[in-house]
Design a binder for this molecule. Structure first.
Ligand code: CU
Length: 173
């Protein structure tokens, strides 16, 4: 985890905590004394509210704990190859054009406008896609274990010839 990721994690945790405190404050504000309802009914309603709040909290905690380890940057694989990709109206240029099978780090830059970088396996299935913006290097790490011809299709409309914006590279054994 680098500095930016740590900052985002801490910030996200802080915002979540503020949200929980806010929720509890709302819950507390709804239980003023001296309502017109009989005490026994109020007591029942309060108990019901407490159960719902507890259930919501348990669900959030279960989802948080269950998904935290799955955040990609926590168990990011070490790449075997780095592939540099230039996206431009209307082509993708991949360097190198032959990549040995393994984990590949894609670094994608745009020469002109926003493009969508959609990586397709030799069987035609979409492997992964990222957004490419001018002036920014977009990165994507994927395991490419199956040799063959991979295609890159632009997934964001970028001009009159967008539908022909295709690139390709070979994954070798
Ligand atoms: Cu495009």
């Amino acid at each position: 985890m680098n500095g930016t990721q740590l900052f985002i994690t801490v910030l996200y945790s802080a915002v979540t905590l503020i949200g929980i405190v806010g929720m509890l404050a709302v819950l507390r504000s709804t239980r003023r004394k001296g309502e017109a309802l009989p005490e026994s009914t109020l007591h029942k309603l309060h108990r019901g509210e407490n159960w719902w709040a507890l259930m919501a909290l348990v669900i959030l905690i279960v989802f948080f704990v269950g998904t935290f380890a799955g955040i990609p940057w926590l168990n990011r694989a070490q790449a075997d190859t780095t592939a540099n990709v230039r996206a431009l109206q209307f082509a993708f240029i991949v360097q190198p054009a032959q990549i040995p099978a393994g984990t590949v780090d894609f670094k994608v830059k745009s020469d002109d406008v926003s493009h969508g970088f959609g990586l397709y396996a030799p069987d035609g299935k979409l492997v992964k896609q990222i957004q490419v913006l001018p002036g920014v290097t977009s990165t994507m790490t994927v395991d490419l274990d199956t040799p063959g011809t991979y295609k890159i299709l632009c997934l964001e409309f970028c001009g009159y010839n967008h539908h022909n914006m295709v690139g390709q590279f070979e994954v070798t054994q």
